[in-house]
Structures are given as structure tokens and as C-alpha cells.
Design a protein around this ligand. Structure first.
Ligand SMILES: Nc1ncnc2c1ncn2[C@@H]1O[C@H](COP(=O)(O)OP(=O)(O)OP(=O)(O)O)[C@@H](O)[C@H]1O
Ligand SMILES: [Mg+2]
Length: 298
């Protein structure tokens, strides 16, 4: 027995949490410049964690690094999930293991319908980490999801998210408004039923109604098996998605963590006081905190 988790086999009595220790990440384009300089974070099943931080602090970098995006290199630290060394797995395998990332900027795939896209994604997810060669997930007669079963599941998810079923026949993200793109991300999440969801929230592109729709979708999907990491730089979203823990990411680290009151404090004061308390010279290029009038839910 060693302490090192294996990439392929979970340890016995595997830790079911996502455990990030001392994670250091640099862009491939500039390996000497570490964006993340030692992130420690643990997300358990059924928990909702929020990560807040100024623009450019590395929130999206963290999300990409966790999903295995090729533009980033891990320069130190570890990430384990279900006792596996996540960093040794390809992005595809991470998704098959139940990790899900809702992108800040989803891309369009002209010519591919939402329904076909979701069906392929679901089949890949169902095939699992080490696909059984006797099972062809794309073939309903050999273990794939049948068209009827898929349609039933889609209908169920459209209803859950209060979405119009006409969405299914549109091309992925083509001509979608910002709000519609987000809804598609949510639909994808609902269909895939991940166990860890990382939501990189582009609050700036969403009006207050779209933000609420996203939040309501997430809330409708919360369950004791799902751990959620919500990335945002506005407290506003957290009026709708109630996090168990709020973390402040700045200067490449989690500077401090707390309850919802921490998010409210950031809204009041911006990031400068928290940075100063933690011994950092403040030169935060963050925009001003959103005006109180935009916050809702009180
Ligand atoms: N692929 C890359 N190559 C070079 N620099 C990068 C790369 N990705 C991120 N960076 C830099 O790392 C820093 C962190 O970027 P990141 O997108 O992670 O910030 P963020 O916290 O998500 O910001 P925002 O709140 O604006 O979404 C920025 O200075 C950015 O320019
Ligand atoms: Mg970002």
C-alpha cells in the first residue's frame, strides 16, 4: 500500500470528495508564470461551494485545470476524486467519471442538433471510464440508450428546467442568446447527471432573469450525490444559489473561506480589504462591486 492514488484503480474506501491540494497551474503559453499558486479546496457530495475573486484572479483557470484543458500545465499539487488521481486522466475520462464543466463561453456547433449532441454526450458518459468492449453505447441493441428512453429522459429534463422542447431540434449554440446558451449548459448538465459540477458563471452576459433561470436550474438539480463549485464574481448569483461555503480566490490562492456573509462583505467592500488583511498590496483591477439595487432575494 502506498499513499499515492492510482489513476486507474480507486483506493479501497476511496474518499468520495474532490480533494485539491497545493494545486499550481500555469498556461502552456508561459509556463514560468503560475496563475494558481497553491489552491487547497475540498468539495464533498451534496455540498455547494462558491468561488469568488476579482477579474483575472484565475477562477476560469482553476475550472479548466480541473477539467484537463490542454492550454494549462499543472506545475504542482494534487487533485483526487473518488480516490483517483484526476490529473492523470484525460479530459474525456474526467467527464466519464462524472465531472461536468459549464463553460463561461460555450461555442457553437453548426449542423449538430441539441438532441444529437446530448445523445452522444450521454452515451459517452454511460460507457463509463473503462468501456466494456461488448457494449456499443451508440447501439440500443447493445447497451446504448434507446431512442424512446432518450426522448423520455429529455422530456423529463425539459420539464425540470421549464424549457421549451423546440430547443432540441436547434443547432448547438447557433444563434443562441447568452441566456439560451446558459440554458443549454444546464440542460446538458441535467441530462448527464454529473457528480461534480463546475459552473463558471459569466454573470456579465446574463440579465437578472437569465441569472435566476440558471440558478433555479441548478437548484432543481441539487441532490445528495452532487457536489457543486460555482464560480462567480458577483454576490448576486448567491442570492439564488445558496452556497454552503464561500471561498475568495486572489493572488493565486484561496485567501479565505466563510459562509454567505463573506459574499455580502465582498459586495459591500470589494476585494481590497480582504487582500490587505492577508498581507497583499492592493492593486486589484476589479470593477466596483455591483450596486445594491441589482441584488435581489431580500
Ligand atoms: N491560456 C492562457 N495563456 C496565457 N495567459 C492566460 C491563459 N489563461 C489565463 N491566463 C491569464 O491568467 C489570468 C487569470 O485568468 P482567468 O481567466 O483564470 O481569470 P478569471 O478569474 O476567470 O477572470 P474573470 O473574472 O474575468 O473571468 C489572467 O491574467 C489571464 O490573462
Ligand atoms: Mg473567468
Amino acid at each position: 500500500m502506498t499513499d499515492q492514488p492510482s489513476a486507474t484503480e480507486p483506493t479501497p474506501a476511496a474518499d468520495q470528495r474532490l480533494v485539491i491540494r497545493g494545486l499550481r497551474v500555469a498556461p502552456v503559453a508561459n509556463v514560468a508564470h503560475e496563475i494558481l499558486q497553491g489552491i487547497d479546496l475540498t468539495v464533498g457530495k451534496g455540498e455547494v461551494h462558491a468561488i469568488m475573486g476579482p477579474n483575472g484572479s484565475g477562477k476560469t483557470t482553476l475550472a479548466y485545470a480541473l477539467m484537463g484543458h490542454p492550454a494549462y500545465v499543472i506545475t504542482g499539487g494534487s487533485v483526487t476524486w473518488k480516490g483517483r488521481d484526476l490529473l492523470k486522466l484525460s479530459a474525456d475520462k474526467r467527464a466519464r467519471l462524472g465531472l461536468f464543466l459549464a463553460f463561461q463561453y460555450p461555442t457553437a456547433i453548426p449542423g449538430l442538433s441539441v438532441a444529437s449532441f446530448l445523445r452522444s454526450a450521454l452515451n459517452a458518459r454511460r460507457a463509463g471510464l473503462t468501456p466494456d468492449p461488448s457494449v456499443d453505447p451508440t447501439d440500443p441493441l447493445r447497451g446504448g440508450i434507446s431512442m424512446g428512453e432518450f426522448r423520455r429522459r429529455m422530456r423529463e429534463k425539459f420539464a425540470l428546467l421549464k424549457m421549451d422542447e423546440s430547443f432540441a431540434s436547434r443547432y448547438v449554440n447557433e444563434g443562441f442568446s447568452g441566456g439560451e446558451k446558459k440554458r443549454l449548459e444546464m440542460l446538458q448538465m441535467a441530462v448527464l447527471e454529473p457528480e461534480i459540477a463546475i459552473l463558471d458563471e459569466t454573470d456579465s452576459g446574463l440579465d437578472i432573469d437569465a441569472l435566476r433561470i440558471v440558478a433555479e436550474s441548478v437548484n432543481a438539480m441539487l441532490n445528495p450525490e452532487l457536489g457543486v463549485l460555482v464560480i462567480t464574481h458577483y454576490q448576486r448569483l448567491l442570492n439564488y444559489i445558496r452556497p454552503d461555503v464561500v471561498h475568495v480566490l486572489a493572488a493565486g490562492r484561496i485567501l479565505t473561506s466563510g459562509g454567505r456573509e463573506l459574499a455580502l462583505r465582498l459586495e459591500e467592500e470589494g476585494y481590497a480589504p480582504i487582500l490587505q488583511e492577508n498581507g497583499y498590496d492592493v492593486e486589484v483591477t476589479d470593477e466596483a462591486p455591483e450596486p445594491a439595487a441589482a441584488s435581489a432575494g431580500h
